[in-house]
Write a protein that binds this ligand. Sequence first.
Ligand SMILES: C[S@@+](CC[C@H](N)C(=O)[O-])C[C@H]1O[C@@H](n2cnc3c(N)ncnc32)[C@H](O)[C@@H]1O
Length: 567
Amino acid sequence: MTYPITVRSLSYRRTGILRASPGMKTENRAEDAEEVQKGLTMSDSAQNAYDKVLYPSYMHSQTHPDRLATVAILFGMQPAPIGHCRVLELGCGDGGTLIPIAYDLADSELVGIDLAVRPIAKGREAIQSLGLKNIDLRQGSIMDVPADLGQFDYIIAHGVYSWIPTAVQDKLMAVCRANLAPNGVAYVSYNTLPGCHLREMVRQMLLYHVRDVSVPQEKIDQAVALIRFLAESQVKPDSYRQLLKEELEQILEHGAPQLFHDELAEINTPAYFHQFMAQAARHGLQYLGEADFYEMQDHIYTPQTTQALNRLANDRLTREQYLDFLKCRRFRQTLLCHHEVTLDPSPKPGAVARFHLSSAARPVSPNPAIQGSLTVRFEGKRGAAMETDFPLAKAAMQVLGEVWPQAISFGELLEQAAGRSRAPGSGDGAVRTEDVQALCEILFRTYSNGLVELHLHVPHYAKDVSEKPAASPIARWQAQNGENVTTLRHLSIVIEDQLGRHLLTLLDGTRDRAALLRDLSAFIRDQAAAAISSEKPAVDIEAALAELPSDLDNNLRKLARLGLLVA
Ligand SMILES: C[S@@+](CC[C@H](N)C(=O)[O-])C[C@H]1O[C@@H](n2cnc3c(N)ncnc32)[C@H](O)[C@@H]1O
C-alpha cells in the first residue's frame, strides 16, 4: 500500500459527490454533509443562507492584483504597484481569496467585507493563527460601505453580483466608483446570458421541485434527485437529455454547498454583457477587459467568422457582446476602471518585455530541433498549443518549460534563449532588435491563447526540497482544517489523503528527513490502531512503512513543484 499525495486541481474535480434518485437516500461527501448538517442545527435567527451552509472557500487566482494589474498595463493603464497597494473585497466570504493574497503581498493593505457572520468569524480565526497584520475582515453589508473607507487600488467582487438584489448591485457599482483610486481596477464576476438561459431552465425546474422544502439537506437531495431523474429517464438520446446530463455533471462536480447557494439561491440573476456594462457606465465606470485575457480573443474561430465579427462590431463592447453570443457564454470576470482613464484598446506585443513569464508547455517531440528552421510544436494545458520554426522562440518556450512552475523575467529568458538558439560557432553577439520584436510577438500570441502566463510579481517559493523543508504557513493551516490548500502560485488544490495533509502540517522547517519519517511512521501506526478499534478495513502497516521513505521523497518533490514549500 502506498500513500501518495493525491493532488487534484479543483477544476478537474471528478468525484461523484452526490448520488440520488427520487425517493432514495443521497450520498454526500462527509465534509459536505457535515457542513449542511451544521446549518440545520443553527438557530435561524439573523442567519443568512451563507451562515446556514458555509460556502466552499477557494483561492481565485484570477482576482489576484497580479492578474488585474497585468491586464491593466496591457491596455495602457498605470495601476498601483501590487507590492504596496490597497485591496478591497466585497462579499469576501471567509477570506479564502483575500488571506492568501495578504500573505503574498505583505506590504499591502487588505479589507474584506461580508454580510455573513460565520464565514467572517472563520476568516478572522485564520488571520489570527497566521499572525497576519495587513488584513481586516469586517462583517457588514455592501449597502453600508461608507465613502470614507478610503480609496483602493484593486476592488474584487467574485461570485456576488448575480446573487444580490438590484439595489445592492447598484451599491456595489457605486462602491467601485467611490472607493476606487483614479488608476484603480475593479473585478466583478457575474452570470451571463445567453449561456445562463440553459442553466436558468434547469434552475427553475429545481426550484419548482423543492418549493415546499425548507431543510437545506433535503433541498439538495431533492434537487439532485430531480435532475438525475430527468437526465437519465431517456428513451433515446436527444439534445435536451444531453444538456441535462451536462448540467448534472457540473452540479455533481461542484458539490452540495455550491448547489445550495448557486442553483437553489433565492436570487440568481444573469445579465447580458451589454446590460452589465450599461449599469457600470451609469456609475462612471468603463470596460477594461476580462481577467482571463484569452477570453477576449477570437482565435478559436475561422478567419471567416472573425471577419463577420469585425463587420458586426466596430467597437470593443459590441464585439464582446457578439463573442458571448458565439460562445454561449455563461460567466464573465470583467475588469472595470474609471471612465476618465484613457485606454489603449490594442495591447502592444512589446509590452511582454515588462513581465515575468511562465508556461507549462512542453515540446511534443522528445528531441526538439531548437537550432535551424524545423518547426517544433509545444503543447500546454486545456489544449493550448503553438508551433514555430523561429529558433529564438523555440528556445524560449523550451526554457519556460524547464523552469516551470517558476516564472522568469523577459530579460533572463531572452539571454538563455539566445544562448541556446545560436548555431555553433556563430559567436555570442547581441540579439538583433527585429529578433527581439519577433520573439515578443510570438510570446504575446501565446499569452493570448493561454499558453504563457504573464506576471508582475513572482511569489517566493522553494523550487527544491531543503534539508528541513518548510511549507507555506497558509497551506499548513488549511491542511489542519480541511482538504483545500492554496499554493504560493495562487492555485487551490485538494489534498485528498490524510497522510499527505499530515505531512504538510509537519513541514514547519524544524524537521529533517529522519524526523519526518519518524513522525509519519507514528501517524501511520496511530491510523492503523484507530482503524482496528473502529472496525474499519485493516491497514498493512509493514508495507506502508517500507514504502514510506521513497514516498516521502516523491511527495516532498511534488509539494515543491506545486509551490507549497517556502524558501
Ligand atoms: C457565493 S459567495 C462568494 C464568496 C467569495 N467571494 C468567493 O468567491 O468564494 C457570496 C458572498 O457574498 C456575501 N453577500 C451577499 N450579500 C451581501 C451583502 N449585501 N453585503 C456583503 N456581502 C454579501 C455572502 O454572504 C457570501 O459570502
